[in-house]
Ligand binder design. Sequence first.
Ligand code: HEC
Length: 174
Amino acid sequence: MPLSSTVAIPLAALTLALATLHAPPLRAQETDQHIGDPERGRVVYRSVGYCGNCHGWAGDGKSGTNLQAPVGPNLRETPLDTAALIEVIGCGRPGSAMPYHDRAAYRDGRCFGMGLDDFAPGNAPPRGKTFNDRDVANIVAYLETYVIGRGEPTYEECAEFYDNPSARACAGLR
Ligand code: HEC
């Protein structure tokens, strides 16, 4: 290995360490690539998973739900922690309308050690859009940042959700 590179690496590391000493603390989402990005998670919630069909755009189980879809519980009041959120989004809830989204769900035992064959006919959880681990982390970050514990939905949240201040769904909240 040429001498220049053996010296350059520790120097770069030292410079980085010194720079971070003076930098403001990073938000958790930025320090660990396995922790999700809430803004991306909002897009997955809204436009990939269509979670709002059942949980509402606001996650409250009513605002903007699809009247044809089964009603999902109020996620604003869920007691679930991060691990439990990841599990329910990945594996769904057997015996309910909550779909699973993990691409390996019920294939390799990661969901309760079960395979689809273990369910009585018609009882397996429905399959939602397939998410990778990053999508799930992003959705969980979205829920934890913007939904869980946020009380009643507001017009500002609605406009941000639809990325459109004149979204029809938000009119009643003005
Ligand atoms: C077809 C309707 C439907 C869709 C779509 C749906 N859910 Fe659900 N979800 C449900 C139902 C019904 C339950 C309640 C399951 C039960 O009975 O325990 C639930 C439960 C949950 C829970 C557990 C809440 C708790 O407190 O136990 C979370 C979290 C959740 N859903 C998130 C999501 C997310 C995120 C998406 C989109 C990726 C999504 N859901 C899509 C219907 C749906």
